[in-house]
Design a protein around this ligand. Structure first.
Ligand SMILES: Nc1ncnc2c1ncn2[C@@H]1O[C@H](COP(=O)(O)OP(=O)(O)OP(=O)(O)O)[C@@H](O)[C@H]1O
Ligand SMILES: [Mg+2]
Length: 340
């Protein structure tokens, strides 16, 4: 098994938010609630969970862009919050992010050349000072080869091309770890496929580790070695990525066992009439209709976050967090309902 690259250890993050625009009453939102998760070298870990469950917060904390209120993040065994300045710079170089909307993360006043030259200069990654040559090389790796492409501004590109620029910028620092936060959700299907294939090729060629966040479960299955399922700031299940989609109905070697994972998988529209019939019979799943907003109040942080919406919940589920248990090779779950 490959070595751990990034390790989140009991990481929690809260935000204090106002009840309403004119209200002075503040409420504590737990965006992350005791997350423990390792990413291995050269793996793609998919992260899924409904909107507001804390995926992007986890991404920012894993990159050191935000601090957890408790717990810690290790990169190659070192706590990223206590790095010396030069180590911090090295970490920033090795850990990069690709955003959903590359347009908002590209400076509209800078040409692509200026944008890509910056990290090369900061991290001293162009010893021969041939910045233009290196920028062209990076753009070519990302599939942008038109002559003079580097002298254009972000608004002169399509969404797919901008995502390629975002990727070129992430690659500029020669990273080991990339977090892709919904990298293709703003793109049409054919362009999505191109970008995903590009991401996979690069991962293989450069032995990268990805944390891949997406709402698109078929894409998650396609790219991920393992999939982590989150609900309201808590990890519910971690399992192999292969056959993730069919694991909800036992159509795989590994069966998804957490009620939330099963709900999530049952919501994927698959053209299978038998499956549809089966789904109709599972009444507790149909109870779950509305999006919860994915947050929990500070006074609700004791039990399983999913308990209020889970028909299988027992009183213990509201009182104490279920233990994170290994139930198979590469398979972990936090649920009292699941028995060994
Ligand atoms: N800076 C912030 N200030 C206050 N609340 C925040 C902040 N950032 C995130 N939150 C809250 O934390 C929770 C988790 O947000 P986050 O953006 O991590 O969710 P997400 O899983 O990435 O959602 P989506 O799938 O919609 O991108 C949400 O309730 C959100 O409102
Ligand atoms: Mg997000």
């Amino acid at each position: 098994m490959s070595k751990t690259l990034v390790s989140l250890q009991d990481v929690s993050r809260t935000y204090s938010v106002r009840e309403g625009f004119f209200s002075s009453v503040r409420r504590t939102v737990r965006a992350l609630d005791g997350i423990t998760l390792d990413l291995r070298e050269n793996e793609i870990l998919g992260l899924v969970g409904e909107s507001g469950c804390g995926k992007s917060t986890l991404a920012r904390i894993a990159l050191g862009l935000e601090q957890p209120v408790s717990g810690r993040v290790l990169f190659r065994g070192n706590d990223i919050s206590s790095l010396e300045p030069d180590e911090k710079k090295a970490f920033r170089q090795k850990a990069q992010m690709i955003f959903q909307d590359p347009f908002s993360s590209l400076n509209p006043k800078k040409t692509i050349y200026q944008t890509l030259k910056e990290p090369l200069k900061i991290h001293g990654l162009c010893p021969d000072r041939d910045y233009r040559g290196r920028v062209r090389e990076l753009l070519a790796v990302a599939g942008l080869t038109d002559p003079g492409v580097e002298d254009r501004y972000p608004h002169e590109f399509s969404g797919g091309q901008r995502q390629r620029i975002g990727l070129a910028r992430a690659l500029a620092t020669e990273p080991d770890f990339i977090i892709a936060d919904e990298p293709t959700s703003a793109l049409d299907v054919s362009i999505q496929a191109q970008i995903i294939n590009l991401l996979l090729d690069l991962q293989e060629a450069k032995k990268l580790t990805y944390l891949f966040i997406s709402h698109d479960l078929p894409v998650i299955q396609f790219v991920s070695n393992r999939v982590a399922v989150m609900y309201s700031g808590q990890l519910m299940e971690l399992m192999p990525g292969s056959n993730f989609l069919s694991s909800g109905n036992g159509g795989s070697d590994v069966t998804a066992l957490h009620p939330y994972t099963r709900y999530l998988l049952s919501a994927v529209p698959l053209p299978d009439p038998d499956r549809r019939k089966k789904k109709r019979k599972i009444s507790w799943e149909q109870e779950i209709v509305a999006e919860p907003g994915g947050t929990i109040d500070s006074d609700k942080g004791k039990g399983c976050a999913f308990a209020p919406r889970c028909e299988k919940a027992k009183s213990v589920c509201f009182e104490a967090r279920p233990r994170w248990r290994q139930i198979g090779e590469e398979h972990f779950v936090a649920c009292y309902e699941v028995v060994d």
